[in-house]
Ligand binder design. Structure first.
Ligand code: GLU
Length: 492
């Protein structure tokens, strides 16, 4: 294979969508696997809808995900002259023609086709104009579009898609499509091909929503004397009700920045995204970067649509549960220093970072992160579910109060009494604290489970968590005693 050259050509009309990120990822994996190049091209020819904020968001999102590119960003709008030159070449060589039909004329034909219940396609009126007729109309200043001349006959426009197999479209079903508007601006269909030819793209890996354009694009390649690239169309990603995932329907949950803000580890998101439409052939789900580059192939992209399993009404999970479980996996297993750094960013963002965690309390900080990370799904949990380890302003879960506090009103006097006992301890080691607690419970004749759960709720704010005695050691004597003394507010 000659050097692999793939491209990611987003249209900068919104934030980086997870579907686009998946496209970028597949192209990146393919380039890396084959030692090729990934070209980033911003398709900004829709001037009305393209924005700088969107371009910035796309670049930031790619950088955050770790999807690096080798060339670009190129901007499609800078190549307008080339696109027009290609259209002129097609005109000169008889592969395109000027069409002077007015909007009214075309509308009337379309309406007639509708009434006759037949499919509308441009009828080729201007294809038959003689050079003199064309010159006359041009001299009269009549506006025109440029149409591509679809070859006549029984042939087909076809290509071998790496995912969908042979795709064929009878030429008869293709109308002479417009490649340059009457204002002289080239159409996307043409620009996209001209750019891919110039950028020497060998593989076009894009969403199956592009499949409808591809037969016409193969005709353009041919007419421009260029070799057509290998196409691989990826299945669409739908929600659990089979609707296309979109901002309108699903909100920010489809944006890459949402995952950044909600404590995802960039590689975990990539790992989740790759599985939306590709499988390794067995049930492996977790891949390191190197493993995934090695395992990835176009042939293993699925044809069937992938499901982004997000149920808006399921309060338990805020996104696809698989995305969360993959993120949790990385959170649990990645190098502790790396996770500690990521957690530090979250704590800083919340204003609960203590510089001592980088200095004299470093070991305590690392051990605490290690202790609590096993139950977390996202990095933001360090400032949420794990907040009591780092700050005093932690919330106490409603369900914990219901279960562990409200049912045991006697705890209102027990917890402060326990605080006094714990304050007297010479050290706060696991066994010392456990012993003290058991003695305390026995003396009162109360089940230790009730006191332990009440204490957990009070000092960590959570219904569940690491072993209580271990957690107490991390929180330390002073904080535990103070929190138990202040437990009265839980009973109001
Ligand atoms: N700019 C197009 C899009 O964002 C790219 C289509 C293609 O890959 O050819 O949908």
């Amino acid at each position: 294979m000659s050097e692999v050259r793939v491209r990611f050509p987003p249209s900068p009309t919104g934030y980086l969508h997870i579907g686009s990120a998946r496209t970028a990822l597949y192209n990146w994996l393919f380039a890396r696997k084959h030692g090729g190049k990934l070209i980033l091209r911003i398709e900004d020819t829709d001037i009305e809808r393209s924005t700088q904020a969107s371009i910035d968001g796309i670049l930031d999102g790619m950088k955050w995900l770790g999807i690096d590119w080798d060339e670009g960003p190129y901007y499609q709008s800078q190549f307008k002259d080339e696109h027009v030159a290609a259209a002129n070449k097609l005109l000169e060589e008889g592969n395109a023609y000027k069409c002077f039909c007015t909007k009214e004329e075309l509308d009337a034909k379309r309406e007639a086709a509708r009434v006759a219940k037949s499919d509308y396609g441009y009828d080729g009126t201007c294809r038959a104009l003689t050079p003199d007729e064309v010159a006359e109309k041009e001299n009269a200043g009549l506006p025109y579009v440029v149409r591509f001349k679809v070859p006549e006959g029984d042939g087909v426009a076809s290509f071998e898609d790496s995912v969908y197999g042979k795709v064929e479209k009878p030429l008869r079903d293709l109308e002479d499509f417009v490649i340059v508007r009457s204002d002289g601006s080239p159409l996307y269909m043409l620009s996209n091909v001209v750019d891919d030819i110039r950028d020497r793209i060998t593989h076009v890996i894009r969403g199956a929503d592009g499949l409808g354009n591809t037969p016409r694009q193969t005709l353009l390649y041919h007419a421009l004397g260029a070799k057509q690239p290998i196409f691989a169309h990826m299945p669409l990603t739908l929600d659990h009700q089979k609707a296309k995932i979109s901002k309108r329907k699903h909100g920010e949950i489809v944006a890459v920045h949402f995952y950044k803000e909600h404590g995802f580890i960039p590689w975990a998101l990539c790992n989740f995204l790759v599985l939306l439409g590709w499988s390794p052939g067995d049930d492996t789900e977790i891949f390191s970067r190197e493993e995934l580059i090695e395992a990835f192939s176009l042939e293993r992209i699925n044809r069937s649509n992938s499901i982004f399993n997000y149920k808006k009404d399921d309060p338990k999970f805020f996104t696809d549960p698989k995305a969360l479980s993959i993120n949790a996996h990385y959170l649990r297993t990645m190098d502790i220093e790396v996770i500690a750094e990521m957690a530090a960013e979250v704590l800083k963002g919340e204003g609960i970072w203590d510089e001592a965690y980088a200095g004299e309390k470093r070991q305590w900080y690392l051990d605490t992160v290690e202790l609590i990370r096993t139950r977390f799904h996202t990095l933001t949990d360090f400032a949420g579910a794990g907040r009591a380890y780092f700050a005093e302003d932690y919330e106490v879960e409603e369900r914990a109060i219901k279960k562990n506090i409200a049912k045991h009103p006697d705890l209102e006097k027990y917890l402060p009494q326990l605080a006094d006992k714990l304050a007297e301890l010479p050290d706060f080691e696991h066994d010392t604290v456990e012993e003290a607690l058991r003695t305390f419970c026995e003396a009162l004749g109360v089940k230790s489970g009730i006191v332990i759960n009440g204490m957990r709720t009070c000092v960590t704010g959570r219904l569940a968590g690491p072993s209580m005695f271990e957690a107490l050691g991390f929180l330390g004597q002073d904080r535990v005693v103070a929190r138990l003394r202040g437990s009265g507010k839980l009973f109001s």
